[in-house]
Design a protein around this ligand. Structure first.
Ligand SMILES: C[S@@+](CC[C@H](N)C(=O)[O-])C[C@H]1O[C@@H](n2cnc3c(N)ncnc32)[C@H](O)[C@@H]1O
Length: 271
């Protein structure tokens, strides 16, 4: 069992923008279509902080996984909204700390599945798995997770730059709570999210430009600091709390310059 698909995934449609491919444009990758490139470029023109933010987001993901695999001793990860593989994917960072780390990846975009083999190159000691599914299908996600991870032991739940694609009407807080409820005490949630309250006008305009061009059900909703903090309601929020990306356990090696980037991030521990 390596690559599987559950229902609720999106068909490939190259004429409208898809989140994984737009994100790939911003990261300087090559796996996208002209519609994605146009949406990405227009959104970035409306908000020039997007490109520095997505780079800072990848750096946050790396620091958070290192922290969890290192200090918190987490050995298994459930990475939902994986994205097209790029540098420092979750299993590479985690297995860099402990080669025995196990990672289950989940994404609803078939373009990510097309690249899943890169995500499945595990160390011999560890393991990786890939499920094509919508995170709103919590039962399928948890079923796949249980096949490879021991949910009686702590898990690192990665919801990095993905919950913006779940509108309030689909209950993103309930989804995050159901996922966390299934995990053992000592599990951690790693989350980042576009901010509605940092450079609010530019964010609103860039979202409008992107949403006008996005595939059905792929529109994005930015959220405020208070909204994002609510995702950590049932956890002990690790220091320094919900902050801007470069402020979470900064590492000079990331080469990020401090400044207002329109995303919030944080890590919480399930007591
Ligand atoms: C902005 S990228 C983030 C990638 C990676 N987590 C990171 O932070 O670098 C968002 C990813 O979430 C996926 N995604 C969006 N909506 C989703 C959903 N409802 N269920 C599962 N994955 C979703 C997209 O296909 C895309 O690959």
């Amino acid at each position: 069992m390596n690559e599987r698909a559950a229902g609720g995934t999106v068909p490939i449609n190259s004429s409208v923008a898809h989140p994984a491919r737009v994100y790939n444009v911003w990261l300087g990758g090559k796996d996208h279509y002209p519609a994605d490139q146009e949406a990405a470029e227009l959104a970035a023109a409306a908000n020039p902080q997007i490109v520095p933010a997505v780079r800072a987001n990848r750096a946050f993901l790396g620091r958070a996984v290192r922290e969890l695999a290192g200090k918190a001793g987490i050995r298994q990860f459930l990475d939902i909204g994986t994205g097209i593989p790029t540098a420092n994917n979750t299993h590479e960072v985690a297995q860099g700390v402990d080669p025995g780390a196990r990672v289950v990846y989940v994404d609803n975009d078939p373009i990510v599945l097309a690249h899943a083999r890169a995500l499945l190159v595990s160390t011999p000691e560890g393991a990786t798995d890939y499920l094509e599914a919508d995170l709103r299908d919590v039962d399928s996600v948890l079923t796949a997770a249980r096949e490879m991870l021991d949910l009686a032991q702590p898990v690192g739940l990665m919801l990095v730059a993905v919950l913006q694609y779940v509108p309030d009407a689909d209950d993103p807080y309930g989804i995050a709570r159901r996922l966390l409820d299934a995990l053992a005490p000592g599990s951690h949630i790693v989350l980042s999210h576009p901010a509605a309250d940092i450079g609010a006008e530019e964010v609103a305009e860039s979202m409008r430009v992107y949403n006008d061009r996005a595939a059905e059900h792929a529109g994005a909703t930015p959220r405020t600091h208070a909204d994002v903090t609510r995702f950590f309601d049932d956890t002990d929020l690790l220091e320094p709390g919900v902050v801007q990306l470069p402020e979470w356990h900064p590492d000079p090696a990331d080469g990020l310059s401090p400044g207002a980037l329109p995303m919030w991030c944080g890590v919480g521990r399930k007591p």
